[in-house]
Design a protein around this ligand. Sequence first.
Ligand SMILES: Nc1ncnc2c1ncn2[C@@H]1O[C@H](COP(=O)(O)OP(=O)(O)OP(=O)(O)O)[C@@H](O)[C@H]1O
Length: 570
Amino acid sequence: MTETRVESGAVRRWLSELASGNRRWIQGTVATGILAGIATIIQMVFLARIVHLGVVEQAPASVLAPLFAGLVLAIVFRAIAQGVQTHLAARCSEQVRRAARRQIHRHWRNSGPLALGQTSAGSLAREWIDHVEALHGYFARFLPQMMLSLVVPLLILVLVFYLDWLAGIFLLLSAPLIPLFMALVGMGAEKLNQQHFETISRLSGQFLDKVRGLTTLQLFGQTDSAAELIQQRSDHYRRITLKTLRIAFLSSAVLEFFASVAIAVIAIYIGFGLLGYISYGPSSDLTLFSGLLILLLAPEFFQPLRTLSQYYHDRAAALGAGAEILARLGDQESASSAGSADHDVDTEPLTTESVTDSETIGLNSVSLAFRSGHEVLNCVSLAIRKGDVIALTGPSGGGKSTLLHLLAGFLTPDSGDIHLFGKPAGSFAFGWLGQSGFLVHGTWADNLRLTSPDVSDVAIETALRNVGLGPLLDSREDGIFSKVSEDGQGLSGGQARRLSLARIFVADYAVILLDEPTAGLDSDSEIFVLEALRKLALAGKTLIFSTHHHALLALANRVLLVSGGEVKDV
Ligand SMILES: Nc1ncnc2c1ncn2[C@@H]1O[C@H](COP(=O)(O)OP(=O)(O)OP(=O)(O)O)[C@@H](O)[C@H]1O
């Protein structure tokens, strides 16, 4: 996970920004919650009235019947209000999680694949799924409950004061104890929750890395130490989880205790008051109706506060997850200083006429250094015409891949600008084949439809034949629906690379960037890749590839030497 630390104030601000974008849903949730609270009060009034009339005044059934009907109505109304409240709360949380995921997605897109590649896929997946899910409880439960635990107890308090001001004072005095303890407990829980999220992010990343590298670990006899490391990290995670749970259970127990003591005090007061042992204050006016109603309302008075305390860990979880998400979003700065590209379209001014026309790919005084004083490219200007086949060659570490990454928009230059056919780099769709091809778990067709979802089965087959996978396709029972794993299992290394290349054929890009397309390939695959590139060149595509391979150099109509910060024609 990222090392950036985020202050809790910043997380709170971010959460309240998310909340203000969904105020309508939160207000709806609170309003229905208040209606449910009012229905509860009415229900208790009916219940106390029925008992009073039935027991003390021995009222006939005809008098009690309408009260029973009122009681049932109040219960039904309460259930409906609670149902609507849950529905609105879920909608609110859904909107918020969508907004958070949109922010993460935008950040990922703007960071580019190189900056993102520095974080483990496991951590990214966890942030996308679990961290965002951790916001649910805060928006669906805690936030509305915070307002409800103010309004509903206040309504009950007014009614209790009206019935018996002394009982009202008991409630008033005991109520602040709950928020007080909640705040005390919450201070520790918040930090612990952040640790919890950090640990699980790290554990996920390490676990995924170990699973991916299982073969290598086995070959080097390191499986035991890797398993031990995972076990240690899991144990650390277990301890943090138990600490979090301990705090959650402890806080609930403390709050339950105080609420129970307060209710018991009121029950004793009412009991003795009704028996006539208390002569002070309004107790002599207590009736079965008022006494029972106060007793029934006392737990309801504490209920919203108790619920709030239960939801308090939702707040701590959201703050912990929010800190991690914000740390990732905050990485945008560092990601762009490491040279990421903002892919928002058509925003940059076009500066030099020679490099911005719609027929040329142009670099205009482009410089880039990963470390100050060590420029990989130093004030490079270059114009590539539509349909050119460009081979980038030069010593290892000369900057060929860097130049390709700049053209792709994966990196932004420290100075200068890059345009592809009139559009800034990063906003132009292009075909890409990196040093290791990219595959997803699924069928061959799935892999080709990744970038061209609407392409027909016939077009997929043609593309596969174009990269020399025809004979293999004919030999497979499932044809284009043959399975392949994300690390290319089910295909040889060369075949997997050709499958990635076939994606470029179906997508029909005008510009194709390839980083060492024949590196590490067997001679058969090499011939097929060369043939495929020749077909693309004949089709008028602009090809730019880095290579040391003679046949590929011969295919190019222009060879550029990338070395010592310069790019020169050979
Ligand atoms: N993300 C990075 N952080 C720091 N330095 C980097 C980074 N990427 C590349 N470099 C450095 O920039 C220089 C150019 O690297 P690049 O990968 O572009 O070379 P190349 O010409 O493609 O090499 P090769 O032929 O071996 O693939 C190298 O010295 C490399 O160490």
